[in-house]
Design a protein around this ligand. Structure first.
Ligand SMILES: [Zn+2]
Length: 281
């Protein structure tokens, strides 16, 4: 498998990406979590996870999508967070949360899809949320084939109200108000929409962070659990609700045409030493 991957890499010629791929291949091959007390190790983009919990594929108010990817492992704080948010969504009749990727059985870098999600504290959730959308258990085929629709109108910066509802706003507010949540990444247009819609209660907007893409799902990142001593938090969030000039920047020409990243940029994540033991157990 690795050999085949390398041949593909040489043909394509992106050696740096290939090295990252080789590291990720090792983590992708692991099918079981380690036993013992859960520990998130390292950073969100260069970390790993021991003692992972499995998120049940169906729970009150949520369903896990893309089961074939087997990315339903996380720190127990993350699986509990999803279960609690699902419960709230059900109780408040906001609809069913469709859950995308958490992490791999032992975290680590992935071969596809993500630069983060390595330490068991990140989860993607689709914006597709309505009582009608998933009012029954979806079949495995549906979970593989359904795609998350963009909530943007065409390629514009406007929200497509056919794919957006007050339930989306409420679920984001519920999630942001949960103390274990560090931040939530959404498309800048979504952040702007939330800023415009919010009334007096605006504290929760601080955790809603504009980021590239994220127009068909939102990405929840939890804080390091206090007993994960080797877990690295991200830098603290700036003060304020973030509905200011920094948000306006995302709609400038500069933001929309980022310079190409230099080829020499290292892309292979350097994991903490403690992750070697997690991989080898
Ligand atoms: Zn994500």
């Amino acid at each position: 498998m690795i050999k085949q991957f390398f041949i593909g890499c040489l043909l394509v010629g992106f050696i740096a990406n290939c090295q990252a791929g080789v590291v990720a291949q090792r983590w992708a091959k692991i099918t079981q979590p380690t036993q013992g007390v859960a520990q998130s190790i390292g950073s969100y983009t260069a970390g790993c996870l021991s003692g992972a919990a499995i998120l049940p594929t169906d729970g009150t108010g949520y369903q896990v999508m893309r089961l074939s990817r087997k990315r339903f492992y996380g720190h127990p704080t993350l699986t509990h967070f999803i279960e609690n948010l699902g419960q709230s969504s059900y109780t408040q009749q906001l609809g069913t949360i469709l859950v995308g990727d958490l992490g791999q059985p032992r975290g680590g870098p992935t071969v596809s899809g993500h630069r983060s999600h390595t330490s068991g504290l990140d989860v993607d959730m689709w914006f597709l949320l309505s009582p009608e959308a998933a009012n029954r258990p979806l079949t495995n085929a549906e979970r593989e084939k359904w795609s998350a629709p963009s909530v943007l109108l065409g390629h514009s910066d406007d929200i497509d109200l056919r794919h957006w509802s007050i339930a989306n706003e409420q679920i984001l507010e519920l999630a942001a108000n949960m103390p274990e949540v560090d931040r939530i990444f959404v498309n800048p247009s979504i952040k702007r929409h939330l800023c415009n819609q919010a009334g007096g209660k605006r504290d929760w907007l601080r955790k809603i962070r504009p980021w590239y893409k994220h127009d068909d799902h939102f990405h929840v990142r939890l804080k390091c659990p206090t007993d994960s001593k080797d877990c690295e938090n991200q830098e603290p969030l700036p003060q304020g609700d973030g509905c200011d000039a920094k948000l306006a920047w995302w709609f400038t020409r500069e933001a929309k045409n980022p310079p190409p990243s230099p080829i020499t940029e290292p892309v292979e994540p350097i994991l903490p030493i403690a992750c070697d033991a997690v991989l080898k157990q």
